[in-house]
Write a protein of this length. Structure first.
Length: 143
C-alpha cells in the first residue's frame, strides 16, 4: 500500500482526536459557566472530590474521561492497522463507524444525557471496536 491508501486508516484517529478536543471545549464552557454563576473560586476545585461536591453539571467532564478509556484501544488498533497495511474497505468502515458512534455517544452525553440512547451508542461502538480488533488479529495471524 502506498500514499493515500496507506494513510487512510489514520484519518479516523485524527477525527477521534478532534472529537476529544471538541468535548474538551464543551467541558470548559460548561465548567467555567457554572463556576461563574456559583462564584466558585478555581482553588476550591483543587481535587476531584471538591469538583464532585461543588459542581452539578459533570456531563462533559464525565464524557471527556470516557474518551480515554475504550478509545485507547481504538488508537492502538489504528496504529497497528497502519503498520500491518490493513486499510481495506471493511477496516476503514469499522474505524469510521466507531468514530461516528462515539460522536453520537459524546453528543448525547454532553447535552440531554439520555442514558439508554447513550448506552446503545456506546455498546454498538464497543462491538464495532471488537470486530475491528478481530480483523487485526486475523491480519496479524496471516502475516
Amino acid at each position: 500500500m502506498t500514499g493515500a491508501a496507506a494513510t487512510a486508516i489514520l484519518w479516523p484517529a485524527v477525527a477521534m482526536a478532534g472529537l476529544t478536543f471538541l468535548v474538551w471545549v464543551r467541558l470548559y464552557h460548561l465548567r467555567l459557566g457554572e463556576m461563574a454563576r456559583k462564584r466558585i473560586d478555581a482553588q476550591d476545585l483543587a481535587s476531584a472530590a471538591d469538583s464532585v461536591r461543588l459542581l452539578v453539571d459533570t456531563r462533559a467532564s464525565d464524557n471527556f474521561r470516557n474518551l480515554f478509556e475504550l478509545p485507547v484501544l481504538f488508537y492502538v488498533g489504528v496504529l497497528l492497522a497502519a503498520q500491518l497495511g490493513v486499510s481495506d474497505t471493511v477496516s476503514l468502515a469499522l474505524a469510521w463507524a466507531f468514530v461516528s458512534l462515539r460522536a453520537v455517544h459524546s453528543g448525547v452525553h454532553c447535552t440531554y444525557n439520555h442514558v439508554m440512547t447513550r448506552f446503545v451508542a456506546y455498546a454498538l461502538a464497543t462491538l464495532v471496536l471488537i470486530a475491528f480488533w478481530v480483523r487485526l488479529a486475523l491480519a496479524l495471524a496471516a502475516a
